[in-house]
Write a protein that binds this ligand. Structure first.
Ligand SMILES: [Zn+2]
Length: 160
């Protein structure tokens, strides 16, 4: 069951909310259009901007979740799928290690073929999750991306 869709409320004045947090339905090509424009303007510095956006949204989502790290990780990954960010799966959670895979990334799909990973927004969200799961500053790397022809996107977190 998709909890987010089941509990999504429409106030009739242009605001959709889930458990008190506002949500925005947006087409992947809107985000990817922004991403490509930022990449054209900033080149290699664009990634960090997109990660910052992902971190902001991920931080808000995590503040709304409670429980032990394992529970929060499971809940956020489930929620990722429920809000259409792809099919998230936990590959590994151990002291100092968090590995997450995403099948059917809407970002990779909308971006089209690329020479390197493109799911920087997702990477930012997972970076905030990793900071919680690994109990400290963390850096996430997308080590495989569907946009480059990989079967799925894979994100590896380590303590910064
Ligand atoms: Zn990807």
């Amino acid at each position: 069951m998709n909890t987010v869709l089941a509990e999504l409320t429409d106030d009739g004045r242009g605001a959709l909310s889930f458990r008190g947090s506002r949500y925005l339905l947006v087409r992947p090509e809107t985000l990817v259009g922004l991403q490509k424009a930022v990449e054209a303007a900033l080149g290699g510095r664009a990634d960090a901007c997109l990660v910052a956006g992902g971190r902001a949204g991920g931080g808000s989502a995590l503040r709304a979740l409670e429980g032990a790290a394992e529970q929060v990780v499971a809940r956020l990954l489930k929620m990722g799928g429920e809000i259409g960010w792809g099919e998230f799966a936990l590959e590994r959670l151990a002291p100092g290690a968090l590995v997450v895979t995403v099948k059917n990334s809407p970002i990779a799909h909308a971006y089209g073929p690329a020479v390197g990973p493109v799911c920087h927004l997702t990477r930012g969200v997972l970076e905030r999750l990793a900071e919680l799961a690994l109990a400290g500053p963390a850096v996430v790397t997308e080590i495989a991306c569907a946009a480059t022809g990989a079967p799925l996107c894979r994100f590896e977190a380590r303590r910064a």
